[in-house]
Design a protein around this ligand. Structure first.
Ligand code: SAM
Length: 304
């Protein structure tokens, strides 16, 4: 493997050659060279390089995991378009996945690389870094729910090195991955703590009004009652606090449980939980503009 394989174009070219069926969904394959989203895709790839610790075999494994994630998505999305329902009926069905460290590593490797590969994920990163993190004070107290690969923490600490960060995740395997990611980033251990907890089961045990910032990306659709997460976020935020949320509507994955039918439903759930939307992005899946049930990646900056 040559050094150039580590560039966005080379990783994309390898995926296009090896798994042509996913090519139409890849940012670097479908956009102009000066597309501003590429900057964020490059940044996400940089994070994957850090996670791989310069080991070409690990990048190969991440590419394979991303290909599996993409193929799973195509298969499940086709099924969803026929049935109008997600295959996974309840968060209880995800216990096995969360406990399986090998599967979680594969899953999170693939998800991390998706931020370098999928156009909508590049939009989310730009929104998070430029509109959200750049507006924060100097040393925010941050709670992230479901951090997984640690990309959001990486962007946060890059821009706010004085942050204090608490990660909460239901999966010990996922938290171990997050911990490795934070170590690989070289963060001092006294800047962060990791808590294994189901955020929907213990919202009342959360310390109230302790965080300036909450980040909760791609978790709402993984639980039976996303309003419990939104309530926990409201509880955890200080009165002047702000949160960054992302979720999806009409987009299937192996672990998606809660089906948001459109952006209006996401907005009203957020607002019904006592949070106000300050800014938002909604990106329709490329090529799906004509579909009746629009697959959308949604992100919002919200306040108490
Ligand atoms: C799809 S990953 C999201 C990773 C990353 N935040 C992102 O946006 O790409 C979902 C993460 O949420 C965690 N999670 C799912 N349900 C949870 C719950 N009830 N409480 C805490 N964490 C949960 C999973 O273990 C996993 O790490």
């Amino acid at each position: 493997m040559t050094e150039s394989l580590w560039s966005l174009d080379e990783v994309t070219a390898r995926l296009v050659a090896d798994v042509p069926v996913i090519a139409g969904g890849l940012l670097a394959h479908t956009s102009e060279i000066d597309d501003p989203r590429r900057r964020w895709a490059e940044r996400a790839l940089e994070h994957v390089r850090v996670l791989c610790d310069g080991d070409p075999a690990r990048l190969e494994a991440a590419m394979e995991s991303f290909a599996i994630t993409s193929l799973d998505f195509l298969r499940l999305q086709a099924r969803f378009l026929k049935t109008g329902r997600y295959a996974c009926g309840s968060a209880d069905d995800l216990v096995g996945l969360y406990a399986d460290s090998e599967q979680m590593v594969e899953y999170l490797d693939g998800l991390a690389l998706s931020y370098a590969m999928w156009p909508n994920h590049a939009v989310t990163m730009a929104f998070f870094a430029q509109e959200f993190v750049d507006s924060l004070g100097p040393d925010p107290r941050v709670m992230e729910i479901g951090p997984g690969h640690g990309l959001f923490a990486s962007l946060l600490f890059e821009r706010r090195p004085g942050a204090f960060y608490r990660a909460i995740d239901i999966s010990a395997s996922s938290l171990l991955y997050t911990e490795r990611s934070l170590r690989a980033l070289g963060l001092p251990e006294d800047r962060y703590e990791l808590v294994e907890s189901d955020i929907t089961a213990a919202p009342r045990q959360l310390p109230a009004a302790q965080f300036d910032v909450v980040v909760c990306s791609e978790v709402l659709e993984h639980v039976d009652e996303p309003e419990l997460i939104l309530g926990a976020i409201r509880t955890a935020l200080a009165p002047s606090g702000t949160a960054f949320l992302t979720t999806v509507a009409n987009m299937e994955a192996i672990d998606h449980v809660y089906l948001f039918e459109d952006v209006a439903e996401i907005r009203s759930l957020i607002e019904n939980c006592g949070l106000s939307i300050v800014d938002e992005r909604a990106s329709v899946l490329a090529g799906a503009q004509e579909q009746e049930r629009l697959p959308v990646n949604y992100s919002a900056i919200v306040e108490r």
